[in-house]
Design a protein around this ligand. Sequence first.
Ligand code: FE2
Length: 193
Amino acid sequence: MNASAVDAAIAAIDALFTSSEGMAYLGEDVTMIEHQLQAGALAACSGASDALVVAALLHDVGHMVGEQDAAVAMADDVDAHHDVVGARWLAHWFGPDVTEPVRLHVAAKRYLVTAEPDYAARLSAASVHTLRLQGGPMSVAETAEFVALPHAAGAIALRRFDEAAKDAAISAPPLATHHDLLARVLRTAAPKA
Ligand SMILES: [Fe+2]
């Protein structure tokens, strides 16, 4: 991706974060923006790959994107499928190393609830509620299929950052601190769209 396309992508992400500032996060104690900034910071501190840090930072954009994807978000009256909507929005600029962990991060919750007996106890009340809407725990057969997917490990790692990124007592660094990282990933990205 060339320099002007990189700048345009970062501007679009900045604009989305600015326009969504203060947006509540489904019954959690942090805003949608703070939640994603915390997830990105946790990923960065853990030594995750650049692409996975970006995925963590942007994993819930499916809750925030505007009219161009509203029809997709509203197509299901039970679950808005923010995982799919977000991955599709990010695919304008990013390759599968970013979009696939985002697309699979809800499935990763359904996987972990089955695969790790103590995982469900760590879910927030809101996350338990949405788990039901998202299909509940995977069957054992489904978990075998899920872990065989190329980006399952990234999605599972992202899910752990997601669960830990709901601390109202801290304030994560702003999106601007990740501009260099975003540019680095965008320069090498081969988006589908
Ligand atoms: Fe999240």
